[in-house]
Ligand binder design. Structure first.
Ligand code: SAM
Length: 260
């Protein structure tokens, strides 16, 4: 998969691209990320990318020229459909709230082109000119689209075939095949079996795989409305320790990934 990111803050992505599954995907050749610095497409010597809104009002807007010029270079023509397999994504609070199903769809694309807004948003001609899928991270306003783009990329990339060490782990995640689209993952424990007076449910130590699977099914969020509370520690489960801040994501510790 190729991902093009258009941003006025390319360095936001420096560390992001060097960690976790995004790094794994890049190093294995499954992901190619290219960043377009919108300031490089500005037309004046101050590299201006913003301007005041017509009609007055607070704040500035992302100017059309740098975006159109960057898109030209990426081969996306205004008013035309992009090449098959290319999905242009506009990060904005007005977009559709991103869900796991969207990430699954994105992971099937050959190329994502992601525009990160700033300021009060976009000159509307940017919005009109391309067949964007408008994506929102949630019903709140961030200062820019970069964090939303990172969330989208991180959630998408871990779904690319071969990126997760254990393919089953994505299937068993919340909203996955195992839990169902509304479902939530069950709680997890690791060693030691006792820590600061907190234990682990006996069944998980039993070695009885059938009983363990049954326990996990019963303790995952498949029970419909209210299941989020049931799964997230308001269940009164005495073994819950509130989670460990050191827990590795996706089953791969940073140490297992060779340095860049
Ligand atoms: N004036 C806009 C509004 O009220 O909807 C907010 C603009 S926001 C300060 C600047 C940029 O941050 C947006 O153009 C968008 O790219 C990004 N952004 C802010 N909140 C976002 C969200 N919830 N989801 C995705 N992108 C967001």
């Amino acid at each position: 998969m190729q991902i093009d990111i258009l941003t006025i803050f390319p360095s936001f992505f420096d560390q992001f691209l060097r960690h976790g599954m995004v790094r794994v995907a890049r190093r294995s050749g499954r992901l190619d990320v290219r960043i377009s610095d919108l300031r490089a497409f500005a037309e004046d010597r101050h590299r201006t990318v913003d301007d005041r809104p017509y009609g007055g009002g607070p704040g500035m807007l992302l100017k059309p020229e740098p975006v159109f010029r960057a898109m030209d270079l990426l081969g996306l023509d205004p008013g035309k459909q992009p090449a098959a397999g290319t999905v242009p994504l506009l990060m904005c609070p007005q977009g559709q709230k991103m869900g796991q199903k969207d990430l699954e769809d994105f992971s099937g694309a050959e190329r994502l082109v992601i525009l990160c807004g700033r300021y009060e948003g976009y000159d509307e001609r940017i919005v009109e000119a391309y067949p964007w899928k408008r994506v929102s991270l949630g019903d709140y306003v961030l200062s820019g689209g970069e964090v939303a783009a990172m969330a989208l990329i991180e959630g998408t990339v871990r779904l690319l075939p071969g990126v997760l060490g254990d393919e089953e782990s994505a299937l068993r995640d919340s909203f996955g095949e195992w839990t169902g689209p509304e479902g939530l993952d069950h709680a997890h424990w690791t060693r030691p079996p006792q820590y600061r007076g907190r234990g682990v449910p006996e069944v998980l130590l039993s070695g009885d795989h059938g009983a363990i699977e049954k326990w996990r099914r019963e303790n995952s969020g498949q029970q419909g409305p209210g299941h989020r509370d049931a799964v997230t520690g308001n269940s009164g489960n005495p073994a819950s320790d509130g989670g460990s801040p050191d827990r590795n994501q996706d089953g791969v510790s940073q140490e297992e990934i060779p340095g860049e």
